[in-house]
Design a protein around this ligand. Structure first.
Ligand code: ZN
Ligand code: ZN
Length: 402
């Protein structure tokens, strides 16, 4: 049996880019170690979730780890909250939230002038009502997440965001009888929030400066945090996750992974790439399976910076050198969780390259790692196929039949 290192370069896949002479960032990057790994096993194209799906990092990581997102992805609320670093437990009900501006009882701006630094407001909205604890965390600009924890909660709650301006802010409506209590508690929360926000000095200042106040918090995308069967139960693997990205840490945590910390790991482009790989190598004494997520490739893709994306790939390539010497007892898998082409600036449904490298398995004649080179490789798969292949190539599969 072999140990496993799964490296996910977030948003790795790309399209030909004018800035890179019609190459993808991966094609343009100097990547001797990725190329070497691709020569030491099998490669192919992997479609996240399914062919042509524009997967999010959440749905894709769930699927890669063997959790069908159609079953376990319960709406954006819980995963947005995880992404903001809120510690969620199964049964919690989570919402995406917007700070908005209300004047004369109608919404005049759904984004409160794209207000920044709402942390102070969010902190004051946190409370406990009828035994239900409310956690509120600010996100980028006007965005936030609200999480309810308590007994008897339901996520069958309609959005309180009317999704248009010039209408009054809504109260919570239950979509089924079981949600009556939840809606009731939310309405008390909203009433309290409106009082606090309208009296808050930060908002009074904004109004006196002629700016839009953040005097309403609107909720949408209700979802209950699902309980995931543990990775250990599913695969018998002792697993750890190395990622600076709260969403990935949150998903891995739900699957029972140990979440490792690394000096200098930020989840941004400026993360300490080398420390991450050193931590993975040293942790293989204790764990059978290490999941690493490098977020920089996705960030550069969203920012439409192909040169930067290329540089991130080169940094990853440089630091993974020690892994190329461990193939005798380790299976190395490298892929992305979706494509984030720099020309598009968001996720697309294009497949991403994948490689499985370890000693003693078939080599498929692919010696370079990029979107096009691997298209003559062994596999055209979806993310659902990754864990079975990992189990097989690490000599851990159970026989199906006699
Ligand atoms: Zn992603
Ligand atoms: Zn992204």
């Amino acid at each position: 049996m072999k140990r496993i290192v799964l490296i996910i370069m977030d948003g790795l896949g790309d399209r030909p880019d004018k800035e890179l002479q019609d190459k993808t960032a991966l094609q343009a990057a100097n990547r001797p170690n990725l190329n070497y790994l691709s020569s030491q096993g099998v490669t192919g194209l992997m479609s996240p979730v399914s062919f042509g799906i524009r997967a999010g990092s959440d749905t894709s990581h769930l699927s890669i780890l063997g959790y069908n997102p159609h079953e376990y992805y319960t709406g954006r609320g819980p995963f947005e909250a995880l992404g903001l670093g809120i510690d969620l437990k199964p049964g919690d009900v989570a919402f995406r939230a917007n700070y908005a501006s209300v004047k004369n009882n109608v919404i005049v701006d759904r984004r409160a002038g794209r207000i920044r630094n709402t942390e102070e407001l969010s902190k004051e909205l946190e409370t406990e009502i009828d035994g239900v604890k409310f956690t509120v965390k600010s996100g980028v600009e006007h965005r936030a997440a609200v999480v309810m924890r308590g007994h008897g909660l339901s996520d069958k709650i309609a959005d309180t965001d009317p999704h248009s301006i010039n209408s009054p802010p809504l109260n919570a409506k239950p979509l089924s009888e079981e949600a009556n209590f939840t809606a009731n508690v939310i309405n008390k929360f909203l009433e309290r929030s409106r009082r606090i926000l309208s009296n808050h000095p930060l908002n009074k200042n904004l109004i006196s400066e002629g700016k839009l106040p953040a005097n309403e918090i609107m909720l949408r995308g209700a979802g209950t945090m699902p309980a995931l069967p543990s990775f250990k139960e599913k695969y018998g693997l002792n697993a750890a996750c190395i990622s600076g990205t709260p969403l990935i840490r949150g998903i891995a945590g739900l699957a029972g992974f140990d979440i490792l910390n690394v000096d200098g790991m930020t989840g941004r482009i400026d993360t300490n790439y080398n420390n991450i790989i050193l931590k993975a190598v040293s942790s293989l004494e204790k764990y059978d399976f290490i999941l690493i997520n490098f977020k920089g490739t996705d960030i550069a893709g969203h920012d439409k910076k192909p040169e930067l994306k290329k540089q991130v790939i080169e940094k990853v390539d440089y630091v993974i050198a020690p892994l190329t010497k461990m193939l005798n007892d380790t299976l190395i898998v490298v892929t992305g969780d979706h494509s984030t082409p720099c020309s598009y600036g968001d996720h697309t449904g294009d497949p991403v390259p994948i490689l499985f490298a370890t000693d003693g398995i078939i080599k498929d004649n692919v010696n370079t790692f990029d979107e096009l080179s691997v298209s003559i490789g062994y596999y055209k798969i979806t993310s659902n196929d990754i864990m079975p292949l990992i189990m097989s190539y690490s000599d851990r599969s159970e026989k199906y039949g006699a």
